[in-house]
Design a protein. Structure first.
Length: 495
């Protein structure tokens, strides 16, 4: 019913304004619709991918991802790795912060030490292999590891490893980076305004003078604004609206792999959900075909473990039949576990209609096998606090963004990881993840295949699909680049 009302509203809007074909409102101003505010611009505190897609334009680390998933220098012009694979030396290029101060090795050392401090950083576990970070002069930084750690160079592309001035304060609302854009203004629930940074080390000037990330939680309003031209770009449009924008001549769609894992999060510490039989019953009650058609309109690929097939060199393609859709078997498992009248609550983030619609379909599927599900829809900030941070939930649906290395993704399920919001606990899995970081590429493939099998068999959660990334924009915009990570590269855009 909610979807029908939304589509009707948009259709009426298109009928009314069907004859207009607007260009960009201002030649050098870009308006982008996003569903939520950032959670925090402090690299050590942010956990939301929605923040990273904006912060990519503000902050830079020593290195960064390219659109094809390779690593290139950012604040580091180049780097060397010693023969033991435990000493990384980064050579800094001449670069300036948005406050006009030159970047020094001390700034880098301070930022990376904060990133690996568990008392400060939400992502400290990603940098546990670092034994020390120190400066050698003003333009060289050395990272020493306690042991070889293959994912390090990929971890350094993350927002958590962004570099900012040593004396910076209040970064959560006033970020100071070195990126091609700087924060000019942030009005919560309205917009984030960025202006181009004229002193960027690349010597290049972005095309757009000002960029507004406008907070529009309602996709109905976002699509309407895109149609009239007050919005120029919607990254990751919900698939339910695709057929409303594809026929519009002044709009275009870039459809790309998203590298996202949509997860039915199952709180493994819940009294009933501690029982593996109950978790497996939930997994076997889920019909992915129904979900892909009903929630993603067919614009997704089914998945069965914690990685996306967008990482084919590491994805385990052998797991589809481990816990296949089998509602009768699900009923048997529940009966065997002694749960004939199980009641659970599913907490869903209102900012993401795809997850809400997926949750509604799964709730109905679970009811068919005898699990009564109450749906609780909450604001994104509430979801982050209640589900992700405090872990006060039974079931939930969320999209976990892809990374450049499988360790960064799978590591979140390690029992001691602060991001392990499903409370999954498997000593065997933990040991595999430890082994994977210091192995050869061939060995890592075998190790991560085993780790993925454990996630699926023991039901850390139920892995649903990787939705297609549907980026819709004014046809005048050029230069769109799709990344295997969650970013909007504004500096690449022009008209």
């Amino acid at each position: 019913m909610r979807l029908e009302k939304t589509l009707l509203t948009v259709l009426l809007f298109l009928v009314i304004f069907g004859g207009s074909v607007p260009a960009l409102a201002d030649n050098d101003i870009l308006n982008i619709a996003v569903p939520t505010d950032p959670d925090s611009f402090d690299p050590t505190r942010s956990v939301a991918a929605a923040t990273a897609e904006i912060a990519f334009n503000i902050y830079e680390g020593l290195v960064k991802s390219t659109p094809d998933g390779q690593i290139t220098g950012a604040l580091a012009s180049h780097w060397e790795i010693d023969s033991t694979q435990t000493v990384y030396t980064f050579y800094l290029r001449e670069a300036y912060f948005h406050n006009g101060k030159r970047v020094t090795a001390d700034d880098v050392v301070n930022a990376l030490n904060r990133a690996r401090d568990p008392q400060i950083s939400q992502r400290a576990s990603s940098y546990q292999a670092i034994a020390q970070v120190y400066a050698e002069g003003d333009d060289r930084v050395v990272i020493e590891l306690s042991e070889p750690y293959a994912p390090l160079i990929y971890e350094l592309t993350e927002l958590a490893a962004a570099i900012y001035p040593r004396d910076a304060a209040g970064l959560d609302q006033r970020p100071i980076g070195t990126g091609p854009y700087q924060l000019q203004e942030w009005r919560p629930n309205q917009y984030i305004k960025l202006t181009r940074f004229e002193q960027h080390w690349s010597g290049k000037t972005p095309y757009f003078r000002e960029v507004y990330f406008r907070i529009i939680p309602d996709y109905n309003s976002a699509v309407a604004s895109l149609r009239t031209g007050s919005i120029d770009l919607i990254p990751r449009l919900e698939a339910a609206f695709l057929h409303l924008v594809e026929p519009v001549p002044h709009l275009k769609v870039h459809a790309d792999p998203m590298n996202v894992v949509q997860l039915l999060a199952v709180n493994n510490s819940h009294p009933a959900l501690r029982d593996l039989r109950v978790r497996q019953a939930i997994a076997m009650a889920v019909n992915r075909d129904e979900i892909v058609i009903g929630a993603a309109w067919g614009q997704a690929e089914k998945i069965y473990t914690g990685l996306s097939p967008a990482m084919p060199e590491f994805y385990n393609f052998e797991l589809a039949e481990v816990l296949p859709y089998n509602p009768e078997k699900a009923k048997e498992l529940l009966k065997e576990a002694g749960y004939s009248d199980l009641h659970l609550t599913m907490t869903l983030p209102s900012a993401y209609p795809l997850h809400v619609q997926t949750g509604e379909i799964i709730a109905d599927q679970l009811r068919r096998v005898g699990i009564d599900v109450t749906i609780e829809i909450v604001e994104w900030g509430t979801w982050l606090e209640q589900v992700y941070t405090q872990r006060r939930y039974d079931l939930s649906i969320v999209g976990l963004t892809g990374k450049l290395d499988p360790h960064t993704i799978l590591n979140r399920y390690v029992s001691t990881n602060s991001r392990n919001f499903t409370n999954f606990n498997s000593p065997e899995f933990d040991q595999l993840i430890i082994a994977g970081v210091s192995s050869t590429a061939e060995e890592r493939k075998a190790i991560y295949d085993q780790a993925q099998a454990i996630l699926t068999e023991q039901v850390a959660g139920v892995f649903i699909m990787d939705p297609l990334q549907l980026n819709v924009m004014n046809a005048a915009i050029k230069g769109w680049q799709s990344y295997p990570v969650y970013v909007v590269d504004v500096a690449a855009l022009y008209k």
